[in-house]
Design a protein. Structure first.
Lengths: 139, 135
């Protein structure tokens, strides 16, 4: 089995806020991320698929196909958007890096499954070069 | 939902690779430039990865401020701007990056909640890195 990873970047704004909590509790837990005017990041998304090498093409997956899936299913919805205010998954869930990784997985999985080839293996999201979260589809 | 959270930290430190069980000649052959008697230094990147269930209230695996404080207290405060050869962990161990990686893992494993620490990666330069998962 070979693992193939494609990187993509998107820029978006967000804030951390739990509506069930007081303003004080939000500020205590989330610090500067609780600023309701929001702030933004240049995110890097790494999508890894795994599978056997096709004996005819030598590919695990066509990189152009994977790029197009990422572009259509993730970047078109998130790039240059406010995650809290403009994306359905973060209308209720807090757009932490962890939740962004899970949401990216959920957006990508149908197209990868439908293609019937390589399996989605992991999604890693870098919020900054120093902070990242990863989801491997585990319950 | 189980997810992973990773964070990268910087440690600047000096070291000299030298084993007391090898002769001077063997040390020079084994470690080359790294055996220079006066030592040398690196900007090490320490990448700490933890895992756990995503808390539905916070959307987080771990509160980064809490993780930062543990790493700052246990690892950065101990090794940053020091000579690794003089640290007690390296009394009987050569301060290779393999051993530094293990030291960081062991120090953090004891300080973090059980089962949380997944992987420690230490990058010595842009071109080499080491990982330890407690195996």
């Amino acid at each position: 089995m070979i693992f193939l990873t494609r990187r993509a970047t998107f820029s978006a704004s967000h804030y951390y806020w739990n509506a069930a909590w007081s303003e004080e509790q939000n500020k205590q837990v989330f610090g500067r991320c609780a600023n309701r005017n929001g702030h933004g990041h240049n995110y890097t998304l790494e999508v890894t698929v795994a599978g056997d090498v096709d004996p005819v093409t030598g590919f695990v997956a066509d990189l152009k196909w994977l790029r197009d899936v990422i572009e259509r299913d993730v970047l078109a919805a998130w790039d240059h958007r406010h995650l809290n205010l403009e994306t359905p998954e973060f209308a209720s869930a807090i757009p932490t890096t962890e939740n962004i990784a899970i949401a990216a997985w959920n957006r990508l999985e149908p197209a990868v499954l439908a293609a019937g080839g390589a399996q989605l293996s992991r999604v890693r999201v870098y919020e900054t070069p120093e902070i990242f979260a990863e989801f491997r589809g585990e319950a | 939902m189980r997810a992973f959270f990773g964070r990268r930290y910087l440690i600047s430190a000096s070291h000299r690779l030298h084993s007391d069980v090898l002769s001077a000649e063997e040390n020079r052959t084994t470690y080359g430039k790294c055996n220079n008697p006066y030592g040398h230094g690196h900007n090490y990147i320490v990448e700490v990865m933890v895992s756990g269930a995503v808390d539905p209230e916070t959307g987080m695996v771990v509160n980064m401020a809490v993780l930062d404080e543990v790493v700052r207290t246990k690892v950065i405060g101990r090794f940053d701007h020091t000579n690794l050869n003089l640290d007690s962990y390296f009394v009987n161990r050569v301060p290779t990056t393999e051993n530094l990686c293990r030291a960081v893992f062991e120090l953090l494993k004891d300080a973090l909640p059980a089962g949380e620490l997944e992987n420690v990666r230490v990058e010595e330069t842009e071109n080499n890195f080491f990982e330890y998962r407690g195996e």
